[in-house]
Structure formats: C-alpha cells, structure tokens
Design a protein around this ligand. Structure first.
Ligand SMILES: Cc1cc2nc3c(=O)[nH]c(=O)nc-3n(C[C@H](O)[C@H](O)[C@H](O)COP(=O)(O)OP(=O)(O)OC[C@H]3O[C@@H](n4cnc5c(N)ncnc54)[C@H](O)[C@@H]3O)c2cc1C
Length: 300
C-alpha cells in the first residue's frame, strides 16, 4: 500500500501506550520492551516521525507523569532541569530569566507557543538534531546530561552526549532524566542568535555565546553553534583564540575567519553549505558583540 506522507494526522500502525508514574516503572518498561519501545515526552518530534513511518515503535512510554522529571531545582552551583520540563515552562521561569537569559532566548525562538507548550527540553536533546536550539544554548552553558539506566544514574558533559544526527550516548534501556546547568559568570554577558527562513523555521545556523571581560580583555568565552555539522558543536579553537585577547574589531574579524575550520556544513533544503559558512562568520561577530554589550549585568 502507498504510504500517505502528506496527510500527517494519521499514525498508520498499532502501538501500545504506557504512562508510568515513576522512573523505576519507566525503566522497567524500557527493559521489558527493548528496541520495540520509545520514550514519549512532548511528542512534537516523535509523533511526526511515526506519522511518516520513519519509525514504528510498538510501545510508547510516556514520561510526563513522572514527578521528578518535571522539576526545576536550584542549588548553590546551578540548576537541575528535569528532562520532561516543557519549553514554555522554561521560557516563563523566573529562575531562567534571572540566571540563564541565554537559555530563555534560545527556547523562546523555538517553533510556536503550541510547540513550546508540548515540547520538552529532554526531547530537544534526545532527538539530537544538528540544529536543536536548546542544545546549542546548553552547550555554551557547559551543561551536563543526567542519565538513568538499570544500573543507576550517570552524568556526562553535554558535549559528549551528542554523537551525530539522531544519535546520542543513551543506550536503548536508558532515560535522560535531566540536565544540570552551572551558573554562568555573574558579570558575564550572553547572546543567542538564529538565522532561519521564517520565524517558525528550524535554524539555518544558530549560535550561543557566553562571554566575560576583565577591562577589555576576554577572560571567559564559550561558543556553540548548530546546523553547521552532524551535531551541535562547541567552537573550542575560536574560544581558545579569543581567551586573553582584547575585545577589538580586528580580533573579532580574525575569530570570524577561524570559524570555517571548525564547521562542516551541508547543503540541504534550508541553505547551501557556502551560505551557512558565510552566515556563521556574520553570526559569530554579531553574537560576540551583543554578548559584550550585555556584560556587567545587562540582561536581554
Ligand atoms: C512545528 C515545529 C516547529 C519546531 N521548531 C523547532 C525549533 O525552532 N527549534 C528546535 O530546536 N526544535 C524545533 N522543533 C522540534 C521539537 O519541537 C523540539 O525538538 C522539542 O524540544 C522536542 O521535544 P519533545 O518533548 O516533543 O520530544 P519527543 O518528540 O517526545 O521526543 C523526541 C525524541 O527524544 C526521545 N526522548 C524524549 N525524551 C527523552 C528522555 N527523557 N530520555 C530518552 N529519550 C527521550 C524520544 O523517544 C524521541 O526519539 C519543532 C517541531 C515542530 C513540530
């Protein structure tokens, strides 16, 4: 039978829906059903894939009823964000607004209010799209992924969590329970920028910068970019170049010239590789300037 890939209202196969109330229950279901099962968070990516029959899981394990995955918990060093926290909750959170304006900027740029009301932070990370906006912001914030499996909890730097398009460190019997985001420097500044074809589009290129200056010298610099490689990237060579340098136009120019060596963009329906390279240079300069202007406590 010809598959209808246009009318995406229909999920054209049978599956069983599970709604566990605890992490233990969810892990047990995942172990029991193995590769036949998929975690369902907001479903904004997963259900689209199912409607297009890119995947046909026999069991969906909905994690939204698990209380510990729905929490935001601050401690003295940072914030733990449960994986099932919705993007819209992050956008509206006072703690995020005050301490992580970068994440707020990134999340607010994602999809529509409807998508942000359903989509979760964990879903954005686990889908591992090269253009994932929240992932890029969290990379620049040096977040850590917290993963639960049959043998307990482990943590991994987010940078190591992404392996490639739709590929992460997660084993089939593991769940991402949250991300721990350390507080960025108090007197630093940050900026998220995204270039898309329309306001609802996925990024052609996106960038997140966290910066701190001592006088005019850059003494903290984290840069991440998306949609320019098989996974969201930290631009460590550019960071290393900028560290200890004066914030000056010629330094920004040289940094922009280094971007190409770090990225491997492709041509796809959204843009050509050449356009992405040029856009990356421009976004880097603009995002650094904006982050610099926000240093010293000016928030977006
Ligand atoms: C119209 C539209 C616009 C969009 N715009 C953007 C955009 O601008 N920027 C952007 O980055 N994304 C965008 N997206 C993609 C999507 O909305 C986000 O990636 C969202 O954060 C996904 O979260 P979710 O909870 O819906 O994930 P789901 O669809 O529920 O899950 C995604 C994948 O992750 C797995 N998964 C989810 N949670 C876990 C977990 N805790 N542990 C293990 N595996 C898990 C699922 O099994 C699935 O494979 C858009 C999507 C749509 C439909």
């Amino acid at each position: 039978m010809e598959i209808n890939r246009v009318n995406t209202r229909i999920i054209p196969f049978r599956f069983e829906y599970h709604s566990p109330n605890s992490l233990e229950e969810a892990l047990a279901l995942l172990s029991k059903y193995g590769s036949e099962a998929r975690i369902l968070a907001g479903g904004t990516d997963l259900l689209v894939d199912m409607k297009q029959r890119l995947i046909e899981p026999r069991h969906l394990i909905d994690i939204k009823r698990i209380p510990e995955l729905r929490l935001l918990r601050e401690d003295s060093g940072g914030l733990m964000i449960g994986s099932a926290v919705r993007l819209r909750e992050l956008e509206r959170s006072e703690a995020i607004k005050l301490r992580f304006p970068l994440l707020r900027e990134a999340v607010s740029s994602m999809g529509s209010v409807q998508v942000r009301n359903m989509g979760t932070i964990g879903g954005n990370l686990c889908r591992a799209s090269p253009s994932a906006d929240a992932a890029v912001a969290l990379l620049a914030l040096e977040a850590e992924a917290q993963i639960a499996g049959p043998t307990g909890i482990r943590r991994s730097p987010l940078e190591e969590f992404f392996l490639g398009p739709r590929m992460t460190l997660l084993k089939p019997d593991e769940i991402l329970t949250g991300v721990y985001v350390p507080y960025p420097p108090e007197d630093g500044g940050s900026s998220f920028m995204k270039l898309g074809r329309t306001s609802l589009d996925l990024a052609i290129v996106n960038i997140a910068v966290v910066l701190r200056l001592k006088g005019w010298t850059i003494d903290h610099c984290r840069i991440a970019m998306g949609s320019v490689a098989p996974k969201p990237l930290r631009l460590r060579n550019v960071e290393g170049f900028l560290l200890g340098r004066e914030f000056a136009p010629e330094v920004l120019e040289e940094a922009a010239g280094m971007v190409e060596a770090s990225i491997k963009p492709i041509t796809d329906i959204r843009a050509t590789a050449e356009y992405r390279k040029e856009a990356s240079r421009v976004l880097l300069r603009d995002a650094l300037k904006t982050a610099m202007e926000r240093c010293g406590g000016r928030r977006p």
